[in-house]
Design a protein around this ligand. Structure first.
Ligand code: SAH
Length: 247
């Protein structure tokens, strides 16, 4: 309990407008959702067993209005400890998974980050709070359009959305300091490795449907270091390249 209180004290200063956090376009006031968000951070992210400790990541998670990325009729569940359906058979990831993957990427304010699998745009918004530029690709056109509109409406002007197959990455915006993949291919797409800077990180779920390992890759001197960090269950990566890569 004491450990939890200490951890909370470390990041709370950064999110209460005392000058330690960067100004946020989506800074939420004292509404009921803000309360739900603070509880989410304490009970789902900071608590022992979950152990998210990066103060900037926790501050971002406590600022981004997750309810704005969830269909209106499901908003009561926006801060629950599980994924939520966003239409087209897709989901917005569980808050803990978003925080965990973001923390693993070790984001810094000057980073250019690529995301594959925009979905609702929530993960992109969290990253947009933490890094310089976010490029995000979504294969379902309507989801891409909705996420782009939501990110724009909320003031995340450093998040750029493209509709298309993320297997190919985003060559024109490369190279990237970090890449986050939120749908699961059966192996790591080579174009993403090619578009990563030396010293850069990729966090990606790899494996068959519903049974993947979240893998953290680091490119060093042209070589890839790899370690599995968490068993997870993501929606599969779709698209022609994914299908071709199976054979
Ligand atoms: N990061 C999202 C959750 C993603 S769910 C969020 O914060 O809400 C995974 C998304 O990956 C789905 O929307 C799915 O349509 C998309 N996807 C699947 N295959 C893809 C591909 N080849 N390229 C880009 N997006 C893909």
């Amino acid at each position: 309990m004491r450990k939890l209180a200490l951890r909370l004290a470390r990041w709370v200063g950064g999110v209460t407008g005392r000058g330690t956090a960067a100004p946020s376009p989506a800074a939420a006031g004292t509404d009921a959702y803000a309360l739900a968000r603070q509880r989410m951070v304490a009970e789902q992210l900071v608590r022992p067993g979950r152990d998210i400790t990066n103060a900037r990541v926790l501050a971002a998670m406590s600022r981004v209005p997750r309810q704005e990325f969830v269909p209106e009729r499901l908003r009561a569940n926006a801060y629950a400890d599980h994924p939520v359906a966003i239409g087209h058979g897709q989901t917005i990831s569980q808050p803990y998974i978003v925080a965990f993957m973001t923390e693993q990427l070790d984001p810094t304010p000057t980073d250019r980050v690529l995301e594959i699998g925009t979905g609702s745009g929530y993960q992109a918004a969290v990253l947009a709070e933490l890094v310089a530029q976010v490029y995000t690709i979504e294969i379902i056109e309507e989801l891409a359009q909705r996420a782009a509109a939501d990110l724009n409406r909320l003031g995340y002007l450093n998040a750029h959305v493209r509709a298309g197959d993320g297997w190919q990455g985003w060559g024109e915006a490369a190279p990237f300091d970090a890449i986050i993949v939120t749908c699961a291919p059966e192996r790591v797409p080579q174009p993403l490795v090619d578009q990563l800077k030396d010293g850069g990180r990729i966090i990606i779920p790899v494996g068959p449907a519903r049974r993947q390992d979240l893998v953290l890759l680091r490119k060093r001197g042209g070589k890839l270091e790899q370690r599995a960090v968490l068993p997870v269950s993501f929606v599969p990566m779709t698209g022609d390249e994914t299908r071709r890569a199976r054979f």
